[in-house]
Ligand binder design. Structure first.
Ligand code: ATP
Ligand code: MG
Length: 300
């Protein structure tokens, strides 16, 4: 039994014993520490064209530790390929709920790798032919993505939520990475949780996914056990990707975090920064066996 399987089994047993929290249903894979769509979708609408395009400084991202060092690029890229495939397959499945295109990066504690995962998954998904990725900085207390992309303090999600007459498309930024778009966090007030929990938030997200059928929205978020903002986000996202820092986060914290996620939600787990340097693996059958087997290396 592999490291990941053992961890999941333990968590499932513990969860059954305590009767408190739910175990993860699926493991996306193991990510080493510095490691389908079949249905064609018609173009229903011309994709929205952002008013502004920002340049992404890959060197700065790498220097900040948010992209793998060059010598590990291939290995990490391969692992993200495996992580993205079931997410894309479910997002694009015939008859899929639009919520399947709202994917939240979550974790119990700070520093587990949500922002790292959001950025690397976004780059990986943006290489797909039929996907346009919108990376949303929903870490409103600590808008890391907005800072990294140099758009901290610019209008964003919170501003659109405050102003019911505004159009979210006006604050979505294009980037010089093809098919990658960014929605900054916007100006923080003291009611961010209420804004994220509002009916307006649901309206804005519905508009985002309906406006472009190829859009997949990735949310970076604050730690689940430390903020109410992220607990609210789990209710809105159709998919929750729980990032767990290997050898660091106690299982009780992971279970506690999972207890904030509704039972019917699709939840997957990434064991991040694992020192197990084997290739990333996928696990099916923890409740969601509908995803396709990852394709062979397609080079994307
Ligand atoms: N797979 C990985 N390999 C190497 N370093 C990583 C990996 N994942 C995360 N890190 C590093 O761990 C640190 C924390 O990662 P990150 O900022 O993504 O965590 P976070 O969950 O977003 O934290 P916070 O909750 O504070 O926003 C970063 O310095 C990042 O470079
Ligand atoms: Mg972060």
């Amino acid at each position: 039994m592999s490291l990941v399987e053992k961890a999941i089994k333990k968590m499932q047993q513990q969860s059954q014993r305590s009767g408190l929290a739910r175990p993860p249903e699926r493991v996306f894979g193991t990510l080493v520490n510095t490691g389908m769509r079949n249905i064609s979708m018609p173009d229903l609408a011309e994709p929205p064209v952002p008013e502004r395009i920002i340049a992404i400084d890959l060197t700065a991202l790498r220097a900040e530790g948010l992209l793998p060092p060059e010598h590990q690029e291939r290995q990490i890229a391969q692992q993200y390929r495996q992580i993205k495939r079931p997410l894309i397959a479910r997002a694009q499945a015939r008859g899929a709920d639009i919520a399947q295109r709202l994917i939240m990066m979550a974790s119990a504690m700070p520093g587990e790798g949500k922002t790292f995962t959001a950025i690397n998954l976004a780059f990986s998904m943006a290489r797909e032919k039929d996907v346009r990725v919108l990376l949303v900085d929903a870490d409103t207390p600590k808008p890391h993505i907005s800072k990294l992309f140099g758009v901290d303090g610019e209008p964003g999600l919170l501003d659109v939520l405050r102003d019911s007459g505004s159009d979210v498309e006006n604050v979505i930024l294009g980037t010089d990475v093809p098919n990658l778009f960014v929605l900054p966090a916007g100006h923080r007030g003291d009611n961010a949780t209420e804004l994220l929990a509002s009916e307006r938030m649901r309206e804005v997200l519905a508009r985002i996914v309906e406006r472009d059928p190829k859009r997949i929205v990735l949310f970076d978020s604050p730690p689940l056990l430390m903020t109410t903002e992220s607990q609210v986000l789990t209710q809105i996202a159709g998919e929750v990707v729980m990032v767990v820092r290997a050898g660091f986060t106690p299982q009780s914290a992971v279970l506690d975090a999972l207890s904030h996620v509704e039972k019917e939600k699709s939840v997957g787990l990434i064991l991040n920064q694992s020192m197990d340097t084997g290739t990333a693996r996928y696990y099916y059958g923890y409740g969601y066996g509908d995803a396709a087997t990852p394709e062979a290396d397609s080079g994307q």
